[in-house]
Ligand binder design. Sequence first.
Ligand code: 5GP
Length: 193
Amino acid sequence: MKSLEERIRKDGIVKSGNVLKVDSFLNHQMDVELFNEMGKEFKRLFADRPINKILTIEASGIGIACIVAQHFQVPVVFAKKTQSINIDGEVYSTKIESFTHKRVYDVIVSRKYIQPTDHVLIIDDFLANGCAVRGLIDMIQSAGATVEGVGIAIEKGQQPGGRMLREDGIRVESLAIIESMDDETGTILFREQ
Ligand code: 5GP
């Protein structure tokens, strides 16, 4: 999506450790007009899929997922990060290693909100090594529901998550794919899509 690429070029800040900061329009202050364009584009890309639910992970996926959900007219469920793993059987749980915080979270979703009949679209802000998306897929599959696809705002193509998911037959659509970025010059190159 050209407008997202342009915005990343204009306002994204390349940090060391392969981290891109997009706090001014996506991760802290949120540009809802841009989110709305993203929602429209995901709806176009996944028009052939019978999606009835969107799943994301707190916190930074929630804003985007809510705007995307308006285009699909379906509810959003967000996976919650938790300190103490709930063993009463009322939740699906998985472990997700955070790329940005370098720690492992237990993540849960109530069994009430993912049913075997659900056709789920996963939405997240970034795709890096793929841990977050893998964890969400794991919980959808535990519920016996169907993963219809994964919609990502910014994929860091220099990291393996996207390639590995596609090799496993998961449909991944990323609105901007970074080919490389340099924290010394601030240069960001995008993959042609
Ligand atoms: P993964 O699990 O694919 O390694 O990383 C994806 C998650 O880490 C996303 O949910 C996102 O919040 C965070 N993340 C990964 N890379 C970046 C990055 O370069 N910038 C920001 N802001 N978040 C990132």
